[in-house]
Design a protein around this ligand. Structure first.
Ligand SMILES: [Ca+2]
Length: 230
């Protein structure tokens, strides 16, 4: 994404969806050590936002931070079927990304809509049963005709806040199911916000997340949104 030519259409961030405050580390070192983190994943998340390793969290240089720290407990995966989530990118709509679990919808976009570039399967997620995630967490989907983008959140609080207060967004229902903590075989989904594009971006790719966090000032890291399957 970062090498793509983009239009710097600056929209007021206040006009976009209300989001939780950014929690991600910037590329600026804050002088922390492994003992400052409870879990390895937290140290890794910090390292992934750095250029190089200014805090020396990866002394052996293998890209893995603080190997001596415990990993966050992993629960059993939801007893739900999984499905591929297809990802599309639109340079026309200011770097919008679109995700869908519908193979039919993906096929229609590929064959009829030249606004969107097929980026393949982004990750897999669990399918609700009759709209119910059965113990997993619903990922809600919104669409904004004003901002020409979709928004996804696993936070019921955020979903209710947007639905009740922000007329820029139309609620479209549950897109798929995820978890808010790691489960067997899961990977984190990293969430970004761009006030330049008035868009959110989601990726399970650590390398893509690292690249955005360290080289692309159009995007602010907001942290791990939820967990899905690779
Ligand atoms: Ca290491």
């Amino acid at each position: 994404m970062t090498n793509r030519i983009v239009r710097a259409l600056v929209l007021a961030a206040a006009a976009a969806v209300v989001v939780v405050p950014a929690t991600g580390a910037s590329a600026v070192s804050t002088d922390v050590d492994c003992v400052d983190f409870t879990y390895q994943e937290d140290a890794q998340d910090h390292l992934d936002g750095q250029i190089g390793d200014p805090d020396r969290l990866d002394s052996d240089g293998d890209g893995i931070a603080c190997e001596t720290l415990p990993y966050r407990p992993v629960s059993a995966a939801p007893a739900l079927a999984s499905t591929p989530v297809y990802r599309f990118w639109s340079p026309r709509f200011d770097n919008a990304h679109f995700f869908t679990t519908s193979a039919a919808e993906a096929s229609t976009i590929r064959t009829t809509d030249r606004n969107w570039i097929d980026e393949g399967v982004a990750f897999s997620a669990w399918l609700p049963v009759a709209g119910d995630c059965l113990g997993a967490t619903p990922v809600h989907r919104f669409f904004s005709d004003r901002f020409k983008t979709h928004f996804y959140t696993a936070s019921a609080q955020e979903q209710q806040h947007i639905a009740a207060t922000d007329r820029n967004w139309t609620y479209e229902g549950v897109s798929y199911c995820a978890t808010t903590t790691p489960v067997t075989g899961s990977v984190p989904v990293y969430r970004f916000w761009s006030p330049v594009f008035s868009k959110h971006f989601f990726t399970v790719s650590r390398s893509e997340s690292h690249q955005l966090r360290t080289t692309d000032r159009n995007w602010s890291y907001e942290g791990i949104a939820f967990y899905v399957l690779p």
